[in-house]
Write a protein that binds this ligand. Structure first.
Ligand code: ATP
Length: 257
């Protein structure tokens, strides 16, 4: 019997750096996201969470360092190339088309994601397949009853649920969520936590999240960033007790609420 091999991470970053005209927003970050985990990125305002998120999804090119997904080096790849390797991110509401219905958004996303040719997906059978899958995804995020309303008329929480469904349309192995509960009231937050619990099955979730109750409810591991660096990394229960985190982040957050 050999030594047990530690669970291999699905997503890793090594010595990741991002400079903006001389300002170092991400400063040598190492990150290991375990396969199947919910991994939260937290930290005070300006810590570099969003910049790191953009680096991991190819929306920013790193100044230095490397990013691997499933053992493959994807450093410097474009967002669509990274998406093709099973990494999808939630999109912001601003990317929704107000006149289009949730079903139409999903059908479009599913069509765009197919490798089948134009002729194929114009056939009735193919279109029906997209419609069935679109309705299935809308059902998963609790939007089945709103499938045919204009997206612009949906309540805020439902728009965010539609963003999630759009990311799920790619059936990603790794799903990155940018502040999934930002701007939500308690009811929508609870619903979103339940939703993430459901959709995490069979995939890995990385989320930037300010709400520590949400982090506590969902995250297996937490990386705390401060001034572009990893301050602490570990399970939430340990991280929340770490005195450096309490003073750098939780203390600030408590003071602010
Ligand atoms: N495009 C940019 N150009 C210049 N500076 C930037 C740019 N994007 C981010 N920064 C700076 O990098 C630092 C980290 O920003 P980032 O948005 O990643 O932090 P954050 O942890 O996500 O903060 P918040 O919680 O407020 O969203 C900040 O000081 C910010 O002003």
């Amino acid at each position: 019997m050999g030594t047990p091999v530690p669970e291999s991470p699905v997503l890793t970053a090594r010595s990741l750096v991002k400079d903006f005209r001389g300002f170092r927003a991400v400063d040598g970050v190492d990150l290991d996201v375990a396969d199947g985990a919910v991994h939260a990125l937290v930290g005070p305002n300006g810590a570099g969470k969003t910049t790191l998120f953009h680096l991991l999804t190819g929306f920013h090119r790193p100044t230095a360092g490397r990013i691997h997904v499933g053992g493959r080096d994807l450093t410097g790849k474009r967002p669509e190339q990274i998406a093709r390797h099973g990494v999808a991110r939630s999109f912001q509401i601003t990317s929704l088309f107000p006149q289009m219905t949730p079903r139409e958004h999903l059908e479009l996303a599913l069509q765009a994601g197919t490798t089948l040719g134009w002729r194929f997906w114009r056939s009735d059978r193919a279109l029906r397949r997209f419609t069935d899958r679109a309705l299935d995804l809308l059902d998963q995020v609790g939007l089945a009853a709103h499938a045919d309303e204009p997206a612009g008329a949906l309540a805020y929480g439902r728009k965010r649920a539609l963003e999630l469904a759009l990311a799920l349309a790619l059936d990603p192995r790794v799903l990155l969520l940018d502040e999934p509960t930002a701007g939500m009231g308690t009811e929508d937050i609870d619903r979103t936590v339940e939703l993430i619990r459901r959709i995490r099955a069979g995939r890995t979730v990385v989320m930037v999240e300010h709400n520590m109750t949400v982090v506590a409810a969902l995250a297996d591991r937490v990386t705390v960033l401060q001034a572009g660096r990893v301050l602490v990394e570990g399970p939430y229960a340990e991280v929340r007790r770490d005195h450096r985190v309490i003073s750098a982040y939780l203390g600030d957050a408590r003071a602010a609420h």
